[in-house]
Design a protein around this ligand. Structure first.
Ligand SMILES: [Zn+2]
Length: 295
């Protein structure tokens, strides 16, 4: 789903007036390749990329059934299905649907996947109402930010696990970007080594109002806790909802060269967190300044 510029402008300017001039640039950057196909590929062991050029979707496979993490936009659903089949897996073997966060660019296909496969929809308590309502937090009536609602079958919290065969995915609560933002981890094996794979939720500000947010008053505290807590995750493979966050294309180009897996990069996740925290504090300062200027 594309954010309609006019509506997004009104939403965005209401929240961050100082940055309104750059909005058209932002929207262009955000949505340009959301529904553009890209080749699916193996990242490591049983973890595959099945998303679009601009939005991640990951398939974690097992002989007992598969787990699908995030589903991009509703329009991208046929692309994700085609990618799964292209890799030789069956869409009908998906048993669990996991979400990093309930925003339209990562949730659009859940309703259809659930209907088609009967898979269980898994989500955090705080994101459950957003998934079941199909709206952006704090913007329930913004049609441009809506997505097909999906019923949540299982609510998870910090440390909860989803297990299928020998595959386990662990939930880590990293709220802020969405109230129930959930980071998932699993262990992949390659060349007799175990690697922790992190599917980080996100910690960008996006369209979130950080100052005086009526539907999410402790949003700033949540972001800050997330930056602190996420550092406890020691990740060998860093993945995220938008491929550019983890430099997917650069790494993909290196697959099969130099005898090492380009997606195994131990320090990368923590470097990313440091930069994200800096960007958050800068964005917060801008929103505070803009709010004060209005008063
Ligand atoms: Zn988001």
């Amino acid at each position: 789903m594309k954010i309609l510029p006019a509506i997004a402008v009104s939403l965005f300017t209401a929240m961050v007036p100082a940055q309104a001039q750059t909005l058209s640039e932002l929207i262009k950057k955000w949505t340009v390749n959301w529904n553009t196909p890209t080749e699916p590929f193996k990242i490591i062991d049983n973890v595959y990329y099945v998303g679009t050029a601009g939005l991640s979707s990951f398939l974690v496979t097992s002989p007992n059934g598969h787990v699908l993490i995030d589903t991009a936009t509703a329009q991208a659903t046929p692309l994700i299905k085609a990618n799964i089949e292209k890799l030789g897996f069956k869409v009908s073997d998906i048993k669990y649907l996991l979400n990093t966060h309930a925003h339209l660019d990562h949730t659009g296909g859940f309703a259809e996947f659930k209907k088609e496969t009967g898979a269980q929809m898994v989500a955090s308590a705080a994101d459950k109402p957003l998934l079941e309502g199909g709206y952006y937090p704090g913007a329930e009536n913004e049609n441009a930010l809506k997505f097909p609602p999906v019923k949540v079958d299982r609510v998870i919290g910090q440390g909860d696990k989803i297990t299928i065969g020998k595959v386990t995915l662990t939930a880590h609560m990293t709220p802020g970007h969405s109230p129930g933002c959930t980071t998932w981890t699993t262990v992949a094996r390659e060349k007799r080594w175990n690697h922790t794979v992190v599917f980080f939720c996100s910690a960008t500000i996006a369209l979130n109002r950080l100052v005086g947010n009526p539907t999410y008053p402790n949003i700033v505290d949540d972001y800050r806790k997330t930056f602190t807590n996420a550092r406890a995750i020691i990740a060998d493979v860093f993945l995220a909802p938008h491929p550019e966050m983890f430099n997917m294309e650069e790494k993909r180009a290196l697959i099969g060269k130099y005898g090492v897996n380009p997606f195994v990069k131990a320090s990368e996740f923590h470097t990313f967190l440091r930069n994200a925290e800096k960007a958050f504090e800068e964005g917060l300062a801008k929103q505070r300044a803009a709010t004060e200027a209005k008063q």
